[in-house]
Design a protein. Structure first.
Ligand code: ADP
Length: 162
């Protein structure tokens, strides 16, 4: 049986923290599906297609990654993909309480699902998409914060928003 994991998130946009988790998780599973959440109640900066394109560029060369998107319940998406493991990154204790609640709720919705938490790389513990957007909009350097291959695309979009 193939071991398939799903790494869900907003990825608005992808950061080096996300990419680090993607690389590490993809080494553990046969296939890792990076799943962009389409949340109609949340305002995003990048469209779902833009977010998926940025991820696609950033992971090019990694053989076992699939990029997809979903709306609604993650457990339904997992079922459709025949996946049983959810990957989550943890940056700080502040991430923990919410993720703990989500993990228990997802297991209640589908007892076959396990959530696997991966500790951030210390270099990226301060890093979030919001920080990237804030710094980028204000004209600061985001060079160390997002993957090199998508740096220009992200910088351009953030500058255009000004
Ligand atoms: P954010 O906008 O906070 O970056 P996302 O929804 O895009 O949030 O995050 C998707 C997943 O990636 C979550 O499990 C989140 O905890 C994890 N993640 C985000 N940034 C990092 C980071 N710098 N290091 C490790 N995991 C991260």
């Amino acid at each position: 049986m193939k071991r398939v994991a799903v790494y869900p998130g907003s990825f608005d946009p992808i950061t080096n923290g996300h990419l680090d988790i993607i690389k590490r998780a993809s080494r553990i599973f046969d296939k890792l599906i990076v799943a962009v959440v389409r949340n109609p109640n949340k305002v995003s900066t990048f469209t779902v297609d833009e977010r998926m394109d940025l991820i696609r560029k950033a992971v090019s060369g990694l053989p076992n990654i699939e990029i997809d998107h979903f709306e609604g319940l993650l457990v339904d998406f997992m079922k459709a993909k025949d996946a049983h493991v959810i990957i989550k990154g943890l940056r700080a204790i502040s991430d923990f309480e919410y993720e703990f609640q989500m993990a228990l709720m997802n297991r209640k919705l589908d007892p076959n699902i396990e959530t696997l938490f991966m500790m951030t790389n210390y270099k990226y513990s301060y890093l979030s998409s919001s920080v990237v957007k804030e710094i980028g909009r204000l004209g600061g350097c985001i060079g160390d914060l997002v993957p090199d291959v998508v740096l220009q695309d992200i910088q351009k979009k953030l500058t255009d928003l000004k």
